[in-house]
Design a protein around this ligand. Structure first.
Ligand code: SF4
Length: 212
């Protein structure tokens, strides 16, 4: 398995290529909206989520707004998103819990966030990294799974195991950026369906490259 020196080189090259895009592509204007958008993005495309949250957030803006709703009131807004009924229930229940037990504040730890309904480790990582700049873990999505395996820094599809492996061979300060960089590469060059190695900035060091 590849180590820290290799990962530092990978990250330096990816920063050169994608340096200006190191933020979530989910639109939001406060921490709560980022949490909602991330919950909606499970098994959905960010583009689709942004389309529905534009309308949703213009009507309901903050935790108090959502805590006063019934889940069904979200259906007209998020009905085009997969699993929307369950997501609506989790979002409204999360808002109620944040109002009742957390003084309307979003927890700043993975442990705190994952006590909320429908909030898994990946969502928690995205929120604390993007909203608070805290690197406690590494958010692993499907792009990260593909890229990490092709780069030889993972040998499993299990996000938790990939996260633990990457945390051992990367500096903590890089954890937030790593997610964005792997997603960027996975979207345009190292896609699940096809790898475009001839135009990849990592082609000379990647063990899966077709263009060495
Ligand atoms: S060289 Fe090919 S396999 Fe390796 S990261 Fe780039 S696109 Fe993916």
């Amino acid at each position: 398995m590849k180590g820290r020196k290799y990962m530092n080189e990978v990250l330096a090259l990816l920063r050169k290529r994608y340096g200006k895009r190191l933020r979530t592509s989910l639109d939001h204007s406060n921490e709560w909206q980022l949490l909602v958008a991330t919950m909606l993005s499970a098994q959905a495309q960010d583009r689709q989520v942004n389309k529905v949250t534009k309308r949703l957030f213009s009507k309901y803006n903050d935790i108090e707004d959502f805590a006063s709703l019934k889940p069904q009131q979200l259906y007209p807004y998020i009905g085009s998103i997969g699993l929307y009924r369950g997501k609506a229930r989790n979002i409204v229940n999360t808002a109620k819990i944040l109002k009742r037990d957390f003084k309307l504040k979003i927890p700043r730890t993975i442990a705190g966030l994952t006590t909320l309904p429908g909030v898994g480790r990946k969502t928690a990582n995205v929120v604390i990294s993007n909203a608070f700049g805290i690197n406690e873990g590494i958010a692993i999505d499907t792009h990260c799974i593909t890229v990490a395996n092709r780069l030889g820094v993972a040998n499993t599809k299990d996000p938790k195991k990939i996260e633990q492996g990457l945390m051992k061979i990367t500096d903590k300060k890089d954890w937030g950026d790593l997610t964005h960089l792997f997603i960027a590469l996975g979207r345009d060059t190292c896609t699940a369906r096809k790898k475009y190695c001839e135009s990849c900035i990592l082609r000379h060091i990647c063990p899966s490259s077709d263009a060495r």
